[in-house]
Design a binder for this molecule. Sequence first.
Ligand code: ADP
Ligand code: ZN
Length: 434
Amino acid sequence: MYYNEEIETMSREELHRLQSERLVRIVKYTYDNVEFYRKRMDEHHVAPSDIKSVDDISKLPFMTKQDLRDYYPYGTFAAPAESIVRFHASSGTTGKPIVAGYTQNDLDCWSEGVARCLTAYGLSHKDIIQVSYGYGLFTGGLGAHDGAHRIGAATLPTSSGNTSKQIMLMKDLGSTALCCTPSYALFLAESLENDPDTDISRDIKLKVGVFGAEPWTENMRKELESKLRIKAYDIYGLTEVSGPGVGGECECQDGTHLWEDMFYPEIIDPVSLQPVPHGNRGELVFTTLLKEGMPVIRYRTRDLTYLDYSRCKCGRTMVRMGKILGRSDDMLIVRGVNVFPSTVESVIMEFPEFNGQYFITVDRVNSTDTFDVDVELRPELYNGNMSGILKLKDALTWRMVSVLGIKPAVHIAEPGSIERSMGKAKHVMDKRKF
Ligand code: ADP
Ligand code: ZN
């Protein structure tokens, strides 16, 4: 099922024409209305008239998170103040938050993006969508909420936290879909398992999980699908570009379709800033083709992924993005080796004995980096069988060595001892930074 079949399945030639027309317009609009863009383009000796199609996009300068901070709060707004109808702010995972302003058209485009995702997950007006992303400045809650209404579904706007109430309402009202971060979904699943009054297959009606806002792996998908007896789909987005629903998976679960008619993606080498060959991993860059409030042109997301332009079996022609490895600033350099937390997660989740909760601590002791990984066992396996636990610890250590190229100190933690997250999980503490 498509939400907007005409757009989602349009030919690549037609899409190219539409994107080009929209790019020409947005470049002129930002040049005319925002001093930041005018100055940047003048400095790069590029004029709006030089941009005739998306093939010219590389003539335009990049924009970074720092630019948004430097021009905080209104400096990159393009629409008049009176047409802004809502503000949001990024969660500030990596510093001062980014504030974004939306016109009504921006909100409509955003909810259309989410509606396309929800429809691709098989949801419709018949569903009850429990939105356990935080409501408020964070784009997750209201973004999912508006998209759910756009398809006529009922929302259960629980926001994040208060897990026992979430579970009660999920059971009593019969939520059929759950929107939250994958780490909160894992916590909810555990809580359901531990609830003596709940039998998941009998009492829980969930069929779909709509998970995003942080990196999660294929192995985590399997875990969540089996624990909650659902199909778990990825949804991607960021405040600077709009919010969740910049793209989402389809029923094939084989890549995240990006809604390219609204958001033009590029992948660049974060060092040389040159485009990478198709299919190679690099930094994702977006240009918003329709945004009025706070458009971005060639915005460097710092998210590392790759794009696949081959045709998807679902019939959608929009490009598919691979799972996000992490942000460039999530990458740890430990004893000279690059380590992404998502790779650590993926290795841990290869072992059915672990419950998906983990925490990485990096430090420097006597001029040498230390790399500790705490990982929880499933409660039913946490018993007095010391030799079994030691064997497992060894197996995980050596699997990490072979995948990461570095030996961690693995600690088997007591179930429940690693702090759970209600929103975006914090999996890493790098003490070298303090
Ligand atoms: P912040 O940058 O403060 O976390 P946002 O709340 O806007 O602000 O989060 C957007 C970021 O969250 C993205 O740039 C990306 O790093 C991450 N993200 C969002 N959705 C996903 C997803 N499905 N998979 C991986 N990472 C995601
Ligand atoms: Zn598809």
